[in-house]
Design a protein. Structure first.
Lengths: 224, 251
């Protein structure tokens, strides 16, 4: 076998495509949950809510300071030993949980930075005309913070899609797990893994293109 | 009418406002002068509750509050009765000139968008920026931004507009257009409390000039009186320095 077996690769593509939805679903679920949690953490940090602030810092430090793979193993293999009701936890749930907690720690910091980065004098201007804190956040701060945070958050989403491949270590047959199985059957390891690599690459490029378009639209208001 | 009684503000150990008493009649134009670090900005910010005063009474129109007892609703009500023009304009960067002016009407006064935009257009007309309705702050000159800042304050229909050094951040070429807009408001008898170093403006427009030093009102009176026969040594000293710097020929 001295040349690439293109026919095998073309045949493998539709097989692997069947597992793409699960990969994307885990990433999408992880992203939505991580965004919600990250916003919560960011607000706690911005308002420096006593007590919660310290807990948030500890949370962020832990989930940024340890490998995602370790966190996944901790949830999947470790937690059920500690908490009896988690014995039923499956690989998919554990993966979504791990992605959520891990990425929310990163995203919280970029959301916080984006909020804090909005010029303080605009906050005062909004208060001076009698806006409440909620109105100020909704109408002035968050729209501007979003624009700053979106590129970074999109990058985290892209990272998250790639990170779903770790689910295969928890026995989940997603894109990577399926590839592994196919390769073990055909012994065409190079063909199998280059095919899945190209698939990840394609998805990421598509998202990067969407990201550029989104940034352009969000930036329109600020062009000189 | 606005009435300030015994207003005190401390930052840590420093007493920045040391018992300010002040009455402003409707339609009165007051200019506040004084060395920097004297508490002029802090006075304006306290009237708008951007800083919380430590003691005193504030009365603005029909609203009267003991500042130590002021609750959220009092603070919002007070802010609705006072409008603020910032040294650095502080326009909302995500909103057009028109939206900057309409924002308060929509969010705070709960006007419909159509009504608020119609009013904002009238105001843009008055401040000479009708053609900039859809421009974002980033695309406006400093002078234009500050005029929008003043437009935003005009829209609030407050009892008083508080100006904190409205021309101090501007390139010299834009100062005049902002001052002339303020003079226009003065002619319309908009009640104004203006902190500025523009002595010409004070002399031409103010009904009363207040000289502050060390967190206190040192002396006040009609401009002709304060400028030509200042009673206090500190006022004389300050005026000598400021007038010397402002009349020196431009290099
Ligand atoms: N937020 C703050 N925290 C601590 N000190 C402040 C704060 N704001 C103002 N000050 C101090 O209060 C004094 C008066 O400031 P300010 O009202 O800005 O003076 P002015 O406007 O007359 O130049 C200054 O000494 C300044 O350093
Ligand atoms: Mg000042």
């Amino acid at each position: 076998m001295d040349v690439l077996d293109i026919d095998y690769m073309l045949g493998l593509l539709p097989v692997l495509l069947r597992y793409l939805p699960l990969t994307l679903e885990m990433a999408a679920a992880g992203m939505v949950l991580a965004l919600v949690l990250a916003c919560l953490l960011a607000v706690i940090r911005v308002l420096a809510i006593p007590g919660l602030n310290a807990a948030t810092l500890l949370f962020i430090s832990f989930f940024r300071g340890t490998p995602l793979l370790v966190q996944l193993f901790l949830f999947y293999y470790g937690l059920p030993q500690l908490l009896a009701f988690l014995t039923q936890i499956n690989g998919i749930t554990a993966t979504i949980m791990g992605l959520t907690l891990h990425f929310s720690a990163y995203m919280a910091e970029s959301i916080r930075a984006a909020i804090v980065g909005v010029d303080r004098s605009q906050t005062e201007a909004a208060l001076s005309i009698g806006m409440t804190n909620g109105q100020l956040m909704r109408r002035i701060v968050l729209p501007q913070a979003t624009r700053v945070a979106v590129p970074t958050l999109m990058n985290y989403f892209i990272d998250m899609i790639k990170a779903t491949s770790l689910a295969f270590t928890l026995g989940v047959t997603e894109l990577m797990g399926a590839t592994q199985k196919e390769a073990a059957g055909s012994f065409l390891y190079f063909e199998a893994f280059i095919t899945v690599a190209l698939m990840y690459w394609g998805i990421v490029e598509l998202l990067a293109w969407l990201q550029r378009r989104l940034e352009k639209r969000l930036g329109e208001a600020y062009r000189r | 009418m606005i009435k300030v009684q015994g207003l005190v503000k401390r930052f840590g150990a420093a007493t920045v406002l040391d018992g300010i008493d002040l009455e402003i009649q409707q339609g009165e134009i007051i200019v506040v002068i004084g060395p920097s670090g004297t508490g002029k900005s802090t006075l304006l910010r306290c009237l708008n509750f951007l800083e919380r005063p430590d003691a005193g009474w504030l009365q603005v129109g029909d609203l009267s509050v003991d500042v130590t007892q002021a609750r959220k609703a009092d603070i919002l009500a007070l802010r609705r009765r006072t409008a603020f023009v910032f040294q650095n304009y502080a326009l909302f960067a995500n909103k057009t000139a028109l939206e900057n002016i309409a924002e308060g009407l929509i969010v705070v006064n709960r006007w419909t968008k159509a009504r608020a935009h119609a009013r904002a257009r009238e105001i843009l007309e008055r401040i000479g920026l009708a053609d900039k309705a859809d421009a974002y702050p980033a695309s406006l000159s400093g002078g234009q931004q500050q005029r929008v800042g003043i437009g935003r304050a005009m829209a609030a229909q407050a009892e008083v507009i508080l100006f904190d050094e409205p021309t101090s951040s501007l390139d010299p070429e834009w100062v005049e257009e902002v001052l002339s807009l303020m003079k226009q408001l003065a002619r319309e008898r908009q009640t104004m409390l203006v902190v500025t170093h523009e002595m010409g403006f004070a002399r031409d427009v103010a009904d009363r000039v207040i000289f502050m030093d060390g967190g206190r009102i040192v002396e006040q009176g009609v401009p002709s009186h304060v400028f030509t026969q200042p009673q206090d040594a500190r006022t004389r000293d300050f005026l000598r320095k400021v007038l010397a710097s402002q009349t020196s020929p431009v290099p």
